[in-house]
Design a binder for this molecule. Structure first.
Ligand code: HEC
Length: 116
């Protein structure tokens, strides 16, 4: 039955599209799993170019809060939410959502707290 096959393919394609666009947390955790270490965190801070806006380890830009300071006054929970879903912290924040996985977030926080 050719028609059934086409319908199946269309449904499959739609499912893939939804995953790629919505990127639910379980999907990010599946596809962007990293080793949780300060070294990974350092590489991710480079990859996502946090220093284009923030200061990290005394280096970077002043467009956004100095993260060397932020880690001293924000709770772990607040830091995690800022990285997982910035709009949950402030609805029209300029901080981009990088669609980070849980392990990426933990690695970045380890690096920030290691006081580079
Ligand atoms: C395009 C610029 C930009 C980039 C790139 C960026 N941020 Fe931000 N970020 C901001 C801005 C602006 C704020 C302040 C948002 C607000 O108050 O609404 C912010 C807020 C934050 C906060 C909360 C700070 C506080 O003291 O309230 C954290 C934590 C943070 N960013 C981490 C990161 C990390 C880690 C990266 C890299 C993965 C990153 N940001 C990349 C612009 C950026």
């Amino acid at each position: 039955m050719k028609r059934t096959l086409y319908i199946l393919l269309a449904v499959l394609l739609l499912a893939v599209l939804v995953l790629l666009i919505a990127r639910p947390r379980w999907y990010l955790n599946l596809t962007k799993r990293v080793e949780i270490s300060p070294e990974t965190g350092a590489a991710l801070v480079e990859k996502y170019e946090c220093r284009k806006c923030h200061i990290v380890g005394g280096q970077g830009a002043l467009y956004a809060p100095n993260l060397d300071k932020s880690i001293t006054y924000l709770t772990n929970e607040a830091l995690t939410t800022w990285l997982a879903d910035p709009r949950a912290m402030r609805p029209n924040t300029p901080m981009p959502n990088f669609h980070l996985s849980d392990s990426e977030i933990q690695a970045i926080l380890l690096y920030l707290k290691a006081n580079p």
